[in-house]
Structure formats: C-alpha cells, structure tokens
Design a binder for this molecule. Structure first.
Ligand SMILES: NCCCCCC(=O)NCCCCCC(=O)O
Length: 405
C-alpha cells in the first residue's frame, strides 16, 4: 500500500506530504493538525474537574473479603485495580490523585492488543501466519526479519541482536525509544520507528523465545501495509470500536505518525478490563466480533513451553509460555495475562469468569520481588472469585496446583 506521502499511511486522507513541526500551522495541514495537535506538540489536559482527581483513594474492595488487600495494593505501587466478574465490576481501587476515568499507560499490554488485531486480520484471510514478514514488508529485506514468519514474530520466537535492558543507554530498546520519540534523540539515531526496525540484525535462528519489543512494531507495520490504515486507526477499527469503551484510548506516535504498538497505549482500567472480557467471551465484543473463538482458544491453550525455558516469567510460572503476544501461565487455572513493565497486568481467570486489571507505577521497570508479590495477589484474588456469588455467576472449583513463587 502506498500513499501520496510515500510507503506509509498518511496522517489524513489526500495529504500531499506529512505535516511536521515546521508546517503544521498552515493549510492544508491545519485542517487536520488543529484537531490533532497532540501528535505534533505535547499537550496537557485542562481537566473538567478541579482538582482533577480525588485526594483520597477511591476504594471498593469489601466484596473480595481479602484481609490486608489495600496494604498489598499500596506496597505494589497500585494506581488502579479492578475486578470484573462476568459483566459486573465487583471491586475497584484508585490511589489518591488518580481518578477512575483517568487514562494510564499500559506499556506492553499494548502488545496483546496488537496481537488481537493481527488475529482479526488472520481470521479475515488478509494475513497468513506462515507467510514471511518480508512478503508484506519488503523494506525489512536484509534485516533480522528477512526469513521469519508472522507466527515467529507473534510468538517472539526470533533471535535478534536486540537488548531489552530498559536501563542501558547502549541497548537497542533505548535506541528504539529514541527513534519513537520516547527519549531525546542522539546523532545517528534512525529518523523514525520504521527506519529503526530495518537496522535490526540476527543470525537467522528461530524457535526459541526472546522477548523483543521490536517484534510488535513489525506486526503493526504489517497491519498498516495490509489495511492501508495508520496503526492507530487499525487498532480503533479492529478492537477499540468493538468494546463499547467508555473513553477513547491514546497511543504515542513517532515523527512519522506511527503508533508505538509495543508499549504506547493508554486507557482507563475499566476499558482495559473490556479487552479482558472479550477474551473470556471467545473473541466477541459488545460491538462485534474481534477475533475467532479459535484464536482465543489457541492463546488459552498456551504456547511452546520448551521455547521459553530460561525466561524470567518461568521463574514464577514454571509451565509458562508466550503466544500471539500474550503470556500464558500454564498453571492449574489456565491464567493468561498481558504484562507491562512498571507493574501493568491484564489478568484473565477463566475458571471464575473474571478479569483483573492492575495498573501500577513501580519505580523501576522490572522487579523480581514486585512481580512475585503481584502474581501472588492476582492468584489470591482469582481463588477468592471461586467462591464469590456477588454477581450471581456460578463458578467451578479448579485444580489448585498454581503457584506464584
Ligand atoms: N520501550 C517502550 C515500552 C516497552 C515496554 C516493555 C514492557 O512493558 N515489557 C513487559 C515485560 C514483561 C516481562 C514479564 C516477565 O518477564 O515476567
């Protein structure tokens, strides 16, 4: 798909060139930029309430009957916590200064959303999982993506020269961030995410799990190529518009306007829970089907455990795996989850028909201690839901061989 602005979708229909910092104020760009200014100049909200959020916590946790829960939420830096049982929100917590309708960055839970859009396009026959990445994006010829298939990318089963060390300025994940506008650019950095992705190298090995944020942006590039839409628009068309969401979500964009698919989505806790609900409803949202039941079932069934033997996830979930941009615990409850650094979780508990959202601001991106506490909390809440009759849903007694430590 090409447009008059080159090989990438234009920011608005009919654009002869992309609006940028030096031409956004004049026509014809201003027809679009004056209504999308946040994509060009950082904007701040002028909130309709003042103060914008309550100075005390918004807390409704009694239904869970878990002693010490508030303290456990506080010690794991929780901003928002929500339990959706069936279609009923039966418990919620928002820290002081964070309102229930505030958007929160979900980091790599964004990846699980991208996986659903790919699933929708595979179901529609527009993407073939066994096809090669370069069949869709020839610009990636000669890179680490020259050879692997869509399924390899979905399952993070490609060995790449990409360090996901968030704290290392020399790591590829930081160069990736700089190319995407998340950090100050350095001389020689690729001009945008597309250009960055073409620089990645590997030795051609596929089959072993390597967590790599770049994979998701490659998927988003494929989505753009197949749909002709910007990634933000495709995410709206194939997912967000079908959730009956309370609020629009946002996604950060790079200088080319490309949405940061691997980590850039912000949304409310309640709307994130709607993504989880969709998974428990076999891919059907209130506004229409997103993915087939088979797509959801293949995630619930888990991925290749052998492929991720040495990952940090398996220190907590010994039978863990990763497939289609979701983490699969392999535990007795069949929990699957989206995970974002700094403590974001979208946790699905099929036995009790429950979704648990936890949005946090851990001081550091990763913490073995906080991951352990948080997974234990999610499991404890899940088990509590086996006996919860508040929303009238009946639950089954699962095997209880799951462990969080
Ligand atoms: N640099 C842009 C955003 C990158 C977001 C990365 C992220 O959220 N990663 C999640 C890693 C989860 C690891 C879980 C585990 O090992 O147990």
């Amino acid at each position: 798909m090409t447009s008059s602005t080159g090989t990438h979708p234009a920011r608005y229909p009919g654009a002869a060139s992309q609006p940028g910092q030096d031409n956004w104020q004049v026509g014809p760009h201003n027809r679009w930029t004056f209504a999308h200014l946040g994509e060009i100049v950082p904007t701040a909200a002028i909130t309709r309430r003042f103060p914008a959020a309550p100075a005390v916590a918004t807390e409704r946790l009694d239904a869970l009957g878990l002693p010490g829960l508030t303290q456990r939420l506080e010690e794991t830096y929780t901003d928002a916590f929500l339990v959706l049982h069936g279609n009923d929100v039966i418990a919620e917590y928002y820290r002081p200064g964070f309102a229930p309708d505030d958007l929160h960055l979900v980091m790599s839970i964004s990846k699980s959303m991208c996986g659903l859009v790919i699933g929708a396009l595979i179901d529609a026959g527009e993407i073939v999982p066994s096809a090669r990445v370069v069949d869709y994006v020839p610009e990636l010829a000669g890179s680490a993506y020259d050879g692997p298939t869509i399924q390899h990318v979905l399952d993070m089963a490609i060995e790449l020269n990409y360090s996901e060390n968030y704290g290392d300025p020399a790591s590829e994940v930081q160069t990736h961030d700089r190319s995407a506008g998340w950090r100050t650019r350095r001389e020689g950095d690729p001009e945008d995410t597309y250009a960055f992705l073409t620089t990645l190298t590997g030795d051609g090995t596929v089959g072993n799990f390597q967590y790599c944020s770049a994979n998701t942006d490659v998927l988003a590039w494929i989505i753009e190529r197949v749909t002709g839409l910007r990634y933000s628009e495709a995410l709206s068309k194939h997912l967000w518009s079908k959730l009956d969401a309370d609020r629009d979500a946002t996604i950060t964009v790079d200088p080319a306007g490309f949405g940061f698919a691997n980590g850039g989505v912000s949304c409310t806790a309640r709307d994130l829970a709607r993504v989880g609900r969709l998974m428990l409803d076999d891919g059907e949202g209130p506004g229409g089907r997103v993915v087939s039941a088979e797509w959801v079932q293949s995630i619930l069934a888990g991925g290749d455990k052998e492929a991720m033997k040495d990952a940090s996830f398996t220190t907590i979930h010994h039978e863990g795996s990763y497939t289609r941009q979701w983490w699969c615990t392999g535990n007795g409850r069949g929990n699957i989850t989206g995970i974002g650094i700094h403590g974001q979780y979208l946790w699905i508990d099929p036995p009790s028909d429950t979704v648990i959202v936890k949005l946090s601001t851990w001081p550091e991106p990763e913490s073995g201690h906080l991951h352990t506490l948080q997974n234990q909390l999610l499991l404890d809440v899940s088990r509590t839901m086996d006996h919860n009759t508040l929303s009238g849903a009946s639950t089954t007694e699962p095997e209880s061989k799951e462990t969080a430590a």
